[in-house]
Ligand binder design. Structure first.
Ligand code: MRU
Length: 361
């Protein structure tokens, strides 16, 4: 399993990110020396996947503080204001995955809880907190995977969408963590990775990491899903999530909603695998989830590298990066605290307590 794609190098005061735009052809690192490098990496999808951008953002906060120290601003009266502004910008790098804001607010809390702090001391506190967020993400994915493995039967073929694997987290993965844990438990599981237009995270990243780990995986065009289900070639669907509302409505990569409708039609269970950091306890329903709209070029050109034109020049594309699957189409949520089933208003109250986020509103 890949757990070296987010590589902090505190002694060199930098963060290296495996450039996911170049996979599966090239394994090359993108170096972040400043918070703005981290924001660019998140926006341009050098690193992507909800938990992975959360972990990266935490290291980005640390880099923002390191940068102020390098510029000699620790003596200035304004360093706290500058840092607060930097944190706000980092949290806004991409809008849909709530893990990003979650990680930044955890970093902010580590600062506030230790007030007053000098800048050099804050850098130490934040290095430790970013490390904690990073390591915890891997640990909780392993726990989540073990809970999810209980839902898969020996011989199942699981369809997944986008990439919710090691590359989308600090390591191990959420949806793919369930696959890895099932295989570790001795079950024979095959995977169908939907290619996931427009940026092909399924074929470029999911197939890449599963194949590397020796898992039997086939890539399918997104529009083959109905036929594959109709032919009885899919027993379960497991995907990740970018933001889960209080009522269970779930934002994930564009196309997940369509899969959920098909799954309901064919009576195939669809599970969402996500850690508590993906639950937005302040978001009542899916209507309140901001959906990122990205550049036309991602649809009208082949994804990196090259970018050959696929549609006539001057033609624009609809490029919503995510959709929201209504809770009624979701069979259950696999989390680090176990599997949570409908009715979600009841089961999520329990989950919220376990997450230490007891209802405040
Ligand atoms: O646009 P991306 O590649 O960041 O979208 C990623 C997804 O939709 C994943 O399924 C989601 O973030 C869960 S990752 C564990």
């Amino acid at each position: 399993m890949i757990n070296y794609h987010i590589r902090p190098e505190p002694d060199q005061k930098r963060l290296l990110l495996l450039d996911q735009r170049l996979l599966p052809v090239q394994e090359q690192y993108f170096a972040c020396l400043k918070a703005s490098d981290v924001m660019q990496a998140i926006r341009d999808m050098v690193v992507r996947g909800a938990p992975a951008i959360g972990v990266t953002a935490a290291w980005g906060c640390w880099l923002a503080a390191v940068q102020l120290e390098k510029e000699g601003l620790d003596k200035s009266r304004y360093w706290e204001t500058l840092l607060t502004e930097a944190l706000q910008k980092i949290a806004m790098s991409r809008p849909t995955a709530v893990n990003l804001a979650w990680a930044v607010s955890r970093m902010r809390k580590a600062w506030m809880d230790n007030m007053p702090l000098t800048l050099p001391r804050l850098i130490e506190v934040w290095r430790q907190e970013a490390e904690n967020i990073h390591v915890e993400d891997i640990e909780l994915n392993i726990r989540l995977g073990a809970h999810g493995a209980e839902l898969l039967s020996d011989g199942d073929t699981v369809m997944t969408h986008c990439n919710a694997g090691s590359l989308a987290t600090a390591g191990y993965g959420t949806a793919l963590g369930v696959i890895y844990a099932s295989l570790e438990a001795g079950k024979k599981i095959k995977v169908i990775a939907n290619e996931t237009r427009p940026l092909l995270q399924g074929s470029r990243l999911t197939a890449y990491e599963l194949h590397k780990a020796g898992v039997e995986v086939k890539v399918a065009c997104d529009n083959a899903a109905a036929l594959l289900m109709h032919k009885g070639l899919v027993q379960k669907i497991v995907t990740g999530a970018d933001r889960i509302a209080l009522n269970g409505d779930t934002a994930n990569k564009i196309g997940t909603y369509g899969l959920a409708v098909l799954a309901k039609h064919f009576g195939i269970p669809l599970y969402i695998a996500a850690p508590c950091s993906t639950f937005d306890w302040h978001c009542p329903t899916g209507k309140d989830i901001p959906i990122e709209e990205r550049m036309s070029d991602e649809v009208t050109r082949l994804p990196y590298p090259g970018g050959q034109r696929l549609a006539p020049s001057g033609v624009e594309a609809c490029n919503f990066a995510f959709d929201v699957t209504p809770a009624a189409l979701i069979s259950g949520f696999i989390t680090e605290h176990g599997v949570f089933r409908p009715p979600y208003f009841k089961s999520f109250a329990k989950l919220r307590e376990l997450a230490g986020e007891g209802a405040k509103d």
